[in-house]
Design a protein around this ligand. Sequence first.
Ligand SMILES: *Cc1c(COP(=O)(O)O)cnc(C)c1O
Length: 386
Amino acid sequence: MGVGFSDLEDELAALKKQNIYRSRRVVSSPQGVNIRVDGKPMINFSSNDYLGLANHPKVIEAFKKASRRYGVGTGSAHLICGHTASHHALEEELAAFTGRERVLLFSTGYMANMGVIAALLTRGDSIFQDRLNHASLLDGGLLSGAKFKRYFHNDLEDLESKIKPHDRRTLIVTDGVFSMDGDLALLPELSVMAKKHNAWLMVDDAHGFGVLGETGGGIVEHYGLTQDDVPVLMGTLGKSFGTFGAFIAGSHVLIETLIQKARSYMFTTALPAAIAEATRTSLELVMVENWRRDKLFRLLAHFRSGAEQLGLPIMASASAIQPLMVGDSHTVVKWSNDLLEKGFLVSAIRPPTVPRGESRLRITFSADHEQHQVDQLLDALVAVTT
Ligand SMILES: *Cc1c(COP(=O)(O)O)cnc(C)c1O
């Protein structure tokens, strides 16, 4: 008799009973507002491709051209023979764009967060995390072995009460735009507090980068915060930038430390160079095509005023993420399925992604949506929730 999986079967059955079982839908079209899911056309309100760059012809062309130059695979990690001129150029351009000394590319945002936190902290150090931080930040904190303290969401008093003067190396880390709520971190205040307590401050700007700020520089541009104010800046490239990967931006010393010590950087294959080239084109579009951000924010304002008039339970979000609070996981799954029937793809967010009793529809917007599609969504929301 081999080792059985009956334990796992019991666990899976329990997830189903609680309505938190997850399954995949199969997409057979490019990413975009009009998407084909399980063979059916849908209007997509669930993607993080906020600026509509994932299927942009110029981005695709850059990818193709670079594939012809470099092939597909990079063959090794950055520290062996995988770091191409395209990766290097992208790092320099992102550094200039973010106003930081240096940038280091990572293969994913998850790996960037794990890598940077575990490289900076060790046993005996302390990490302070907003209660609603992304899973990858929490996992990075656990991996580091540092003393782990979570503070109430955006609650600076609670944070300060937990910081002790004898703490050794201390890192305060927060989402910039909270991924399931859409609200912003109180970053200027956090920066003041970090300086006061001699702590490092890190922001994960996965959902702000490209969207917030005059030129799409993200939450640090939105608030006008320098490298001195926010010494560790993380951004992802798979969301607004429409490609793949992530980066850490900061001082020369920070980046050199990560090259020596971030294990998720050292021990993984470099991103395809064609992804780096596609991202360089995305960066140009992010900088030049202001209309994408302008249109996105017009659509968001239209949605919010419509939802308020209709009495829909929208949350206080200032970003492209507009959640509708539902409560229990059974109802949210039902509503999401009803929307699917009507041709709208909107994700149902349940525990453990959000706390128990706070299940929600996570509605996201793209610069490629049109106002009439937002109106259609509002009608559908009213129909399924009443
Ligand atoms: C998506 C996301 C990540 C992970 O980035 P990937 O590149 O998708 O691995 C990290 N942090 C936040 C807040 C995110 O939303």
